[in-house]
Write a protein that binds this ligand. Sequence first.
Ligand SMILES: *Cc1c(COP(=O)(O)O)cnc(C)c1O
Length: 417
Amino acid sequence: MEKKPFVTLKQVEEIVKTYPTPFHIYDEKGFRENARLLKKAFAWNKGFHEYFAVKATPNPYLLKILKEEGIGVDCSSYTELALSDKVGYKGHDIMFSSNVTPEEDFKYASDLDAIINFDDITLLDFYDKIAPFHDTMCCRFNPGGNFAIHNQIMDTPRDAKYGMTKDQMKDAFNYMKKKGVKHFGIHAFLASNTIADEYYPKLSRILFKLAVELKRECDVHIAFVNLSGGVGIPYKPEDRKTDIMAIGEGVRKAYEEILVPEGMDDLAIYTELGRYMMGPYGALITKAIHEKHIYKEYIGVDACAANLMRPAMYGAYHHITVLGKEGKARDHVYDVTGGLCENNDKFAIDRSLPKIDMGDYLFIHDTGAHGFSMGYNYNGKLRSAELLLHEDGSVQQIRRAETVDDYFATLDFSGLK
Ligand SMILES: *Cc1c(COP(=O)(O)O)cnc(C)c1O
């Protein structure tokens, strides 16, 4: 199935009169509807709450809309806490899932009354010297080994730096119980960008069983299980779209089999989705500015890996639509590149596309999560603007493009004199 852009060439031609390319643009209608669907999928669970992973798309205008939809935030740094604070997030609407955490980050999270999710048992003594233990606190679990679905290895938790062993989880809960903690949460993130609907159900079985064990052995109230992020999106046209209703139903089955018989039916399900919430609802719009014919055919565009790092960093696929040429045959093969002095600065390699002419606008799909946010300034390249396409079709700039002065902002040239 062909992937359909959420803006037309006509709209983009209108937008660039005010905001030149490159820019990321987000589709409000799309991500609002998607947020509602997620809540519907877990409506069977009274305490269900999604904490959007701020790192995926840290823009206050987008966070504000998610807040209107009843979505919380998952932060992992001081700055992400400060951003969420500015949007008006506080208390249990913030999950603080950090690792290798500095003192001031814990202090801030505690001051905001966020739910703190400890990555490691050694952090408990560290935290104890900084801030008080709250009524509700969480620990991150790492089961080790491989994580497989249908014998297919999805990821290797034993190689991941995150979380605690089962024995450490028990010790941590006993420690926190002595410190007066009353309600406990269990968190784990075992595989990323999973397209199989079985990921959350399988993870929830592991965590629900652990919840039963910890409740019995530590005699504590397990208030929630946080399934974290990891639900994937179809980057490629042939990828299947996850069925969030089926995922919600799979988790419900595990809940009824494992928790209900133990009388643990007040346990809330939390999620910390980033990619699933925003990925498909953002795009990078860039213009073809050069072509080059050597041993391969190249199209040079005005964006580069500094605006979207995933292809360079992970070899990730991002689908490209040449706007205005949607129906045309993909009868040319190109590498689509940015201008960094790095040969991995390629948005597409050997990609079949319609003939691209200079001045064509390319719609690079699925940049709504881990897109703009992974931007950087290598080669003195500047971060682009972020735009928001509202439900009524109007466009608002929600972050301006960087200027050379922004790049210089941390330098004091007077020292050269
Ligand atoms: C990155 C991250 C997420 C979000 O992951 P997605 O793959 O975007 O869903 C959630 N929780 C934690 C702790 C993370 O580090």
